[in-house]
Design a protein around this ligand. Structure first.
Ligand code: 0X9
Ligand code: ZN
Length: 437
């Protein structure tokens, strides 16, 4: 293909892309600033003040997303603190559009074989991200599986269902994990449960994509998760997710219309009632806006009620909230006050088993660390699960990559594969554990 043909092809794709949906439009004029030196305290204050979106997720952030509305103020704060910076992306909407076109043209070259429609969606897509509708098509069809029940735990603020998938251990009897003595056979054993949460942050598309793969795998493979009742919410923030497909690829929060503010949304991972408020933004424009009070949001209320219900039916052994990005496994607490958490060492050891297994699959490096050491944040589901529900193991898993939320679709399958291998080991260890609390 000659270069002009390539150019026309890319141009046409750009037109098609922008007509189909423009989920970059709300990022027009947003910039990425790269700080020339680390200054954790200043950056943390800018975040809490609702002025920047930090873009490094494996340590102190030196890349910041800055909007046209806040740029002047951010500049003043940085100047005052003596921090110099360069603008490395002039217009994020343009930047992401160009990258999207390149990605789409690459995807077009490979034959896309998978489909997911209302009449046929037998497996979650692994060659592309699924729309919220497609997730619902898949879950509806999954519900006919004998070991699975799919139900709604409540509605989002815009009225979408928040779905939970319960994968029942019955149907996998007779296949107890090796090493499990008859004394611990299922019938005699107290019901052990595991809770997985995906998609609480809208822009972290790899989270629901991987969480759906986990659901599919546990359902169709008795060797995984046997001995455990597994509950999974693959999409905890459906409104936010839809918004990332229509308006703003980098939207994080839910879609609450905040009264007396021009900014929408509450960070659903700062809205839980454990150390509520610490390290979260009180400003509606902040990416980590905590809301007007703990559990002010219908999404967190629905999750809380469902988790309490699951906890009352057995021993909730592990809670894992699946996020991106950073390739980290974080354990509680995220706020400084309550550390160390009970069973800190056990959480560390099980976490090491997880990351060591994950890292062998595709040679990635995931690390385990205390959440507060990454940065302080409270009011998270992980901390609530640990502090209030007393789940022995609670984690936040930050998936691939090490530098962006906008992960190419060809990373869905390998990310799912590595996490599945890690979870297999963890589930086996959990099923064998004698003392669950
Ligand atoms: O900030 C969050 O809610 C999580 N990271 S994300 O990039 N996915 O938004 C991490 C929460 C873990 N807790 C602490 N870092 N304290
Ligand atoms: Zn997140």
């Amino acid at each position: 293909m000659s270069s002009w043909q390539q150019y026309v092809g890319v141009f046409l794709l750009a037109v098609v892309t922008s007509v189909a949906s423009d989920n970059y439009k709300e990022l027009t004029g947003n910039q990425v600033w790269k700080l020339n030196q680390e200054d954790e305290a200043t950056v943390q204050q800018l975040v809490v003040d609702g002025l920047v979106d930090p873009l490094d997720h494996s340590g102190p952030s030196t890349s910041l997303r800055v909007t046209p509305e806040t740029a002047g103020l951010v500049k003043e704060v940085l100047d005052q603190a003596g921090i110099t910076y360069q603008v490395i992306v002039q217009d994020l909407a343009r930047y992401l559009r160009v990258n999207d076109v390149i990605q789409r043209s690459q995807v077009r070259k490979e034959l896309r074989a998978q489909t997911c429609t209302s009449s046929s969606c037998t497996a979650p897509l692994t060659d592309n991200y699924m729309t919220f509708d497609q997730m619902e098509y898949y879950l509806a069809q999954l519900n006919s599986h004998p070991r699975v029940s799919v139900s709604s735990i409540g509605k989002s603020i815009e009225g979408r269902d928040i779905w939970i998938v319960h994968i029942n251990r019955s149907g996998c009897e007779g296949q107890e994990p090796i090493g499990m003595t008859p004394r611990f056979a299922y019938s005699a054993m107290k019901r052990r449960t595991v809770w997985l949460e995906g998609g609480i942050h809208a822009r972290e598309w790899i989270s629901p994509a991987v969480t759906l793969q986990i659901i599919h795998n546990i359902t169709h493979d008795c060797s995984m998760g046997r001995g455990l009742e597994v509950y999974v919410v693959p999409m905890a923030n459906p409104d936010g997710y839809v918004h990332t497909w229509t308006n703003n690829r980098l939207w994080r929060k839910n879609r609450r219309n905040n009264p007396d503010s021009s900014c929408d949304g509450v960070d659903l991972n700062r809205n839980w009632d454990f150390d509520y408020g610490v390290g979260a933004s009180p400003h509606p424009c902040g990416e980590t806006y905590r809301g007007t009070s703990a559990f002010s949001e219908p999404e967190t209320q629905a999750l809380r009620e469902a988790m309490l219900q699951v906890n009352s039916t057995g021993t909730l052994q592990m809670v894992m909230a699946v996020h991106s990005y950073g390739q980290l496994l974080l354990y509680p607490y995220g706020g400084p006050a309550s550390n160390p958490a009970p069973y800190k060492e056990k959480m560390e050891n099980l976490g090491k088993l997880f990351v060591n297994t994950v890292n062998k699959v595709h040679d990635k490096t995931y690390k385990i660390m205390n959440a507060n050491e990454l940065y302080p944040a409270s009011g998270t589901s992980q901390d609530w699960a640990k502090g209030i529900l007393k789940a022995k193991y609670a984690y936040t898993l930050e998936l691939r990559s090490k530098k962006t939320f906008v992960l190419k679709p060809d990373e869905i399958l390998p990310t799912g594969q590595e996490v599945l291998e890690g979870l297999k080991m963890v589930f086996l260890a959990l099923a064998r554990e004698k003392n669950t609390q």
